[in-house]
Write a protein that binds this ligand. Sequence first.
Ligand code: PLP
Ligand code: COI
Length: 353
Amino acid sequence: MLDIKVTRTATPKAKPEGKLGFGKIFTDHMFVMNYTEGMGWHDARIVPFSDISLSPACVVFHYGQEMFEGMKAYKGADGKTYLFRPEMNAKRANESNKRLCIPEIPEDIFVEAVKAVVKVDEDWIPTEEGTSLYVRPFVIATDAFLGVAPSKTYLFMVILSPSGAYYSDGLAPVGIWIEDDYVRAVKGGIGYAKTGGNYCASLAAQVKAHDAGFSQVLWLDGVERRYIEEVGAMNIFFKVDGKVLTPMLNGSILPGITRNSVINLLKEWGVPVEERRISVDELLEAQQNGKLEEVFGTGTAAVISPVGKLRYKDDVMTIGDGGIGPVSQKLYDTITGIQTGKLADPLGWRVTL
Ligand code: PLP
Ligand code: COI
């Protein structure tokens, strides 16, 4: 058991009203824990949410040594608070930590920290359809040192943000730009880790896609620019001729927890799923033959996000009738149903606080 000192705010904020958006509002408290070489992780505490003070020389500001995670807490109709597969986030956090030379956080401590801070701010969990409390655990390197070397001190923090849909139009199909110039990651790099650098690397293409009227970028592999990787904040699935295809985990894409859940659900339902290399030419051909039936992204923030339009060079493919496909809708209903306690949880994914 982690010994967590709790200091409650003397000035609780008003809860938000109206449409929430994503990641703009923060709750009253946050979890903080320090790491010092030789001492390990120490001083676990929950304190009022506030700005923090750091040396401008901190490693994180110059060389980006940081890891983050994304998960959600839900309020069920039964009044209980639920998390979804939090142990998967704890495991992935350590896969990222290892790649980034950040000390690992014992999985039980990671989950305990998340549970403790969500418990303190439980009354911030929104209850309207499609809303949840987005949970953002992260580690930053805090040594004040300009040499390029792993930091010897770190902060692990968990902040909370009552949120609605990631895309402003909710479940409405999004337009995706297949990027054929910039690349995000290569095998052997940091693509599979959840770390700021990957997102920073994506911004220029994202701006280009936005300017052209698309919501997100779909990345191709960094070597041949031919094979599908993932979207800026989601993994990607294609339903082609009755089968569901998704890129295999190859070291340069994020092993999404929603991706894993979708694959498991489809297998349960008897829908054939293939994790393999998918070339952009294969998709263009499937589209030309009328076999590209559905495209959807998966992610914690985005849940299931149907794709209505895919752009590649001079082609803009409209997927199906441009609406929400039946598999995307069923996956969305099932996953959110399990997450919020509306549906049975045969695979044991829901964790009650
Ligand atoms: N890929 C990227 C680049 C992401 O940022 C995310 C979001 O976390 C995902 C995929 C989906 O992962 P998960 O389903 O674990 O949220
Ligand atoms: C998430 O889905 O949790 C993410 O981390 C996506 C994010 C980059 C907004």
